[in-house]
Design a protein around this ligand. Structure first.
Ligand SMILES: Cc1cc2nc3c(=O)[nH]c(=O)nc-3n(C[C@H](O)[C@H](O)[C@H](O)COP(=O)(O)OP(=O)(O)OC[C@H]3O[C@@H](n4cnc5c(N)ncnc54)[C@H](O)[C@@H]3O)c2cc1C
Length: 586
């Protein structure tokens, strides 16, 4: 793998950091009036010692964290990714054994102080807005999407921080901070994956208010914890009667010392990430929040963040695939010249670059949309405003809806595209791409999981279609979002045409029967996704100061929009055909 700082060497990511991301807005929402800095001045409490005092120091603080992450990712994790993959995790006598090099890197990551990036400063974490910790995921996943799962597992601490009682927080959060425990999210069961509403693991309430859980969870990443450190398993279980649906499901914290790991999966990729079968037999558990809101409120919140993160893993992995392909195309010679000078190879590289740039725009906007409502909600809560009142706030409502739509769209698009980019990276390598001698073979195997876990692509389409159809009604939120985006710069004619196709496609889609709607939902979601990516990409062109860079990006945006137009036309045609409309093939 290329050895470099994976933040500083990535010119497109740097462009977002330096020019595109509206930091003033985000910092104002997240840091408020820089209260954490003031707390440090007043109390000298170590937890707030790194709190920024103003806009510039906040930005400097984020940059420092991203630069240190970029260094660990590119110089340590990436350089050992192939070795970790080769050794993989093993299951022996009821215990999961990790590659020794992985234990070492995890330990040094913890010692660097960068591990708890998802917790607030008051909890002892780094205290970062979503946009920044989303960039951390991108940088580390470019190095290795197996290793990045150790970071993802720890993000469950955020759910305890957000919804747990004070007692629960005081008991478990210090254990994350010390790395005495790691995290895990236990939702899936052998018979219930996409269909979580019907899961069976049973929770029985005890006289002291705790619960005992019995059942089996399958495919649980880091269910075994990490090396000698057990997991804290956030577990979905049924408190209602069998058949009580989503309202009968609650969310629990379970100490990994009280479950049995009955095995791990032998997988196609992400071989150093353990995927465990976890058996609960009257395992003691503490409830998070209220009974019956496990799936609909707490797990959904966790899943939204996790879905954004998996989309981000797609951007990171695609970047690794592209960079490896670009490097190889410069050193491999055929017909007396480097293969990058052969137009057919150049075409593959150009498409990879174009798609990554578009994916990153979409993904950054998805992260930004979370920052737009989460912290405003928290500030209102701090002021004692009730949840009911907060839910009436029009700005919060608007951004929460945009975010709920951008999350499945970004998850679907960035993970599907990462697979297609990994495919081309192998192709650029020719025969050696099919061997384990080069990293692209591992990257290609690893990519395959991204469209499956945290909800398959098909489930993301189910999650997105309603929001697109309802959101594009006159005066509805998506229509408003697109209108305001298009007013903030000069959109191309092609993008305007894609918007017209989306509107026409939605009206044809509305005529369909239920089953046909499920069949053709993808057509509509794809047009909307291409439109959003294209518009965000075009807008980013205007942020560039350097004329040469601007001209290059404008060309990328044009080719992207042109491709999107033909895809949108094809999708629209499918909807015309199912509506029995006449299609003009001339
Ligand atoms: C390596 C790995 C790690 C994982 N980590 C975790 C973890 O940490 N925690 C956890 O809880 N789970 C985890 N999972 C489970 C993962 O989230 C599920 O595998 C995934 O949600 C799909 O569920 P399933 O495997 O049961 O597939 P199924 O639900 O059986 O789906 C099979 C096919 O049917 C389609 N399908 C099903 N229902 C619908 C529908 N209504 N509409 C359209 N299409 C549909 C799916 O898209 C898919 O193509 C992991 C899985 C793997 C492989």
């Amino acid at each position: 793998m290329i050895q470099n700082n994976y933040f500083l060497d990535n010119s497109d990511l740097m462009l977002h950091f330096e020019e595109v991301i509206p930091w003033t807005e985000i910092i104002t929402q997240y840091e408020g009036d820089f209260e954490d800095y003031k707390k440090f001045q007043e109390t000298n409490d170590e937890k707030f010692s790194h709190a920024p005092s103003d806009m510039d120091s906040a930005l400097e603080y984020y940059k420092e964290i991203l630069t240190s992450t970029g260094s660990i990712a590119g110089k340590s994790i990436a350089q050992n990714a192939s070795e970790m993959d080769k050794i993989g995790v093993k299951y022996e006598n009821g215990k999961v054994i990790f590659p020794e090099i992985m234990n070492k890197i995890y330990k040094s990551y913890h010692e660097s102080g960068l591990l708890n990036f998802m917790l607030k400063k008051e909890s002892g974490g780094l205290g970062l807005p979503v946009t920044v910790y989303n960039m951390i995921f991108e940088i580390v996943s470019r190095a290795d999407i197996s290793f990045v799962m150790t970071l993802a597992a720890n993000t469950i601490a955020e759910t305890i921080e957000k919804y747990g009682t004070l007692e629960l927080k005081e008991k478990w959060i210090p254990k994350f901070l010390s790395s005495e425990y790691t995290g895990s999210m236990a939702l899936t069961e052998p018979d219930y994956g996409s269909d979580l509403i019907n899961l069976k693991t049973k929770a029985v309430k005890q006289p002291d208010g705790t619960y005992l859980l019995t059942g089996t969870k399958r495919f649980i990443t880091h269910g075994c914890g990490m090396s000698n450190f057990p997991a804290i398993l956030l577990t979905l279980a049924r408190t209602g009667e069998p058949g009580s649906g989503a309202r009968g499901i609650s969310f629990f914290v379970v100490d990994g010392k009280n479950v049995h790991i009955s095995g791990i999966e032998r997988k196609m990729g992400i071989k150093s990430s353990p995927t465990c079968e976890v058996v609960y037999e009257n395992s003691p558990a503490e409830i998070i929040g209220e009974e019956g809101l496990g799936l609909t409120k707490y797990a959904l919140g966790l899943m939204n963040g996790a879905r954004l993160a998996v989309g981000t893993l797609g951007v990171g992995l695609a970047t690794a695939a592209y960079e490896e392909a670009k490097r190889y195309s410069g050193i491999r010679e055929q017909f007396g010249k480097p293969i990058k000078e052969i137009p057919a190879v150049q075409k593959m590289l150009d498409r990879m670059e174009r798609e990554i740039v578009a994916m990153r725009c979409l993904n950054m906007e998805a992260a930004h949309s979370m920052d737009k409502y989460i912290w405003a909600t928290e500030r209102m809560k701090e002021k004692g405003i009730s949840e009911k009142e907060i839910r009436k706030d029009e700005t919060i409502k608007y951004w929460e809806r945009i975010s709920s739509l951008f999350t499945p769209i970004a998850k679907y698009y960035c993970t599907e595209m990462s697979n297609s980019i990994a495919y081309d990276a192998v192709q650029v390598h020719g025969g050696v791409g099919y061997t384990e001698e080069f990293d692209v073979a591992r990257i290609y195997r690893d990519a395959r999981i991204l469209t499956i876990y945290e909800g398959t692509t098909q489930m993301q389409i189910v999650a997105a279609i309603g929001g697109i159809v309802a959101g594009m009604a006159p005066n509805a939120y998506l229509k408003k979002y697109i209108d305001s985006l298009m007013k903030s710069f000069s959109p191309s004619k092609i993008s305007q045409k894609i918007l017209a196709l989306l509107e026409k496609a939605i009206s044809l889609y509305k005529n369909l029967e239920t089953k046909e709607k499920e069949y053709y939902a993808f057509e509509v979601v794809e047009i909307a996704t291409k439109l959003l990516c294209g518009l965000l990409l075009e807008k980013s062109v205007e942020k560039l100061k350097d004329e040469e860079q601007k001209a290059k990006r404008r060309k990328i945006a044009f080719v992207y929009a042109k491709d999107s137009f033909s895809i949108s036309q094809k999708n629209y045609m499918n909807l015309q055909l199912v509506n029995k409309e006449e299609v003009d093939f001339d």
